[in-house]
Design a protein around this ligand. Structure first.
Ligand code: RNT
Ligand code: ZN
Length: 417
């Protein structure tokens, strides 16, 4: 134990915060690392470009092009991050044996066996995502809300297949699988009918959820969005739509909030406690939107800290499924993963080192002058020393030394791709 940590621990103790306990708690929180940062959201089941309202920019060399490369890169990133990890896989990352490829409506657990092996060898849980984009069966940009029954049927079958695969992941790993449903369905320009697509969407998701599964093992989620590229005027799965859907199907579905998916002046930190008043469990996609849903790498900024604080002070660590969701192709992708994961870990640990009881009491007693003054003082407690100690406990670098490994991996592995 460093003397710096010893003295930091004392300073936090004066505020009633036990930093040893905070580190223990932080270490156990599962955070899902998204496979799609590693290859710019492309996957292994198609050659076409990314679409569905999503976009990556940049062409940093060394992108993973095979499952082996992607898994090796994820391993590298995870080795540089403290805390409990899960992996988050998209349906488009199915791994087919030669001659075995099937379309998205026909994918089976066996196409994800390699992911299960990867996860089991490392004691990781797996989360899963339906892939309703980058595919020719998106007609006019529509999938589950398409007026074309063939299109809709195809995607409903995809959703059902994903439920079966999620159940397989949960059973194999013994850890619940969060299965996200997000589509980029919407219209570029002013629609003539906003309700019919939503009624179709509602019916489609209900059909997907009619596939049998154990809700203790599979956690289907519906993710909302305000708009995407090319669908600026109308998004079928808007916030009100998905929230109402999840509320009506609480026995088999959770709401998922992605903090890039709201108007820039709206904050998910404020929405977390609102949802926790009504939902037993919620799910998050943690990202950083810059002016829009740009999916920049998560940093330790104000809103990131505020989101973690809400989860902790609502006592909702066990009620909140946390997954990262960003994709930056302009920088070293493994560094992007690492910075994002470490930032969320910092935010969680910082939230666990915050004297919530003291501050809540000030609010409850109407002591707003003192509350403001104390909140400002807390910001400058020596958190960096607690962070470094935490990283040491988790056997990863607590300072910038991790970046040397990124440079070495870039020279030894990425440059040879
Ligand atoms: C898109 C959503 C969605 C995707 C992933 C790749 O805006 O955030 O979650 O980022 O499915
Ligand atoms: Zn998302």
């Amino acid at each position: 134990m460093s003397t710096r940590y010893e003295s930091a621990k004392e300073m936090f103790a004066k505020w009633g915060v036990d930093t040893d306990k905070a580190m223990e708690a932080a270490k156990k929180i599962p955070v899902s690392l998204h496979c799609w940062q590693g290859d710019d959201v492309i996957g292994f089941d198609h050659d076409g470009p990314l679409n569905g309202g999503l976009q990556t920019t940049g062409d940093y060399p060394g992108k993973a092009k095979t499952p082996e490369e992607l898994m090796a890169d994820m391993d590298k990133a995870m080795s540089l991050c403290p805390g409990t990890k899960k992996i988050n896989v998209h349906a488009s990352y199915a791994i087919f044996e030669p001659g075995e490829a099937v379309d998205r409506d026909k994918i089976e657990p066996k196409h994800f066996k390699k992911w299960v092996e990867f996860a089991k060898e490392r004691n990781l849980g797996i989360d899963f995502n339906t892939t309703f984009f980058s595919h020719p069966m998106q007609k006019d940009g529509l999938t589950l809300s398409s007026p074309d029954e063939n299109v809709r049927k195809f995607w409903i079958e995809h959703g059902k297949a994903c439920i079966r695969i999620s159940q397989y992941f949960a059973e194999e790993t013994g850890i619940p699988c969060v299965m996200n449903i997000w589509t980029g369905d919407g219209f570029k320009d002013v629609p003539a009918d906003r309700m019919t697509p939503r009624m179709l969407y509602k019916d489609s998701i209900e059909q997907i959820l009619s596939e049998p599964f154990d809700f203790n093992k599979v956690k289907p989620c519906v993710e909302s969005k305000v708009f995407g590229i090319g669908v600026e005027a109308y998004t079928t799965g808007s916030s009100e739509f998905t929230l109402s859907f999840a509320a009506e199907h609480k026995d088999k579905c959770l709401p998922l909030m992605d903090n890039g998916h709201y108007h820039p002046t709206e904050v998910v930190s404020d929405k977390i406690p609102a949802l926790l008043c009504f939902f037993p469990e919620i799910a998050l996609h943690i990202t950083r939107g810059v002016r829009w849903d740009s999916d920049h790498v998560v940093l330790l900024d104000g809103e990131t800290k505020e989101m973690a604080k809400e989860i902790v002070r609502c006592g909702a660590i066990d009620r909140t499924y946390m997954a990262l969701d960003f994709f930056d192709a302009s920088i070293n992708r493994i560094s992007a993963w690492t910075v994002g994961f470490r930032s969320w870990q910092k935010a969680l640990l910082f939230a666990l080192c915050t004297p919530h009881d003291k501050l809540k009491a000030l609010q409850a007693n109407g002591e707003f002058t003192e509350l403001m003054a104390m909140q400002e003082e807390v910001k400058l407690l020596p958190f960096g020393d607690v962070w470094r100690e935490y990283c040491e406990h988790c056997s990863v670098a607590g300072d910038e030394a991790w970046f040397d490994e990124i440079k070495a991996y870039e020279n030894e592995v990425l440059k040879n791709r």
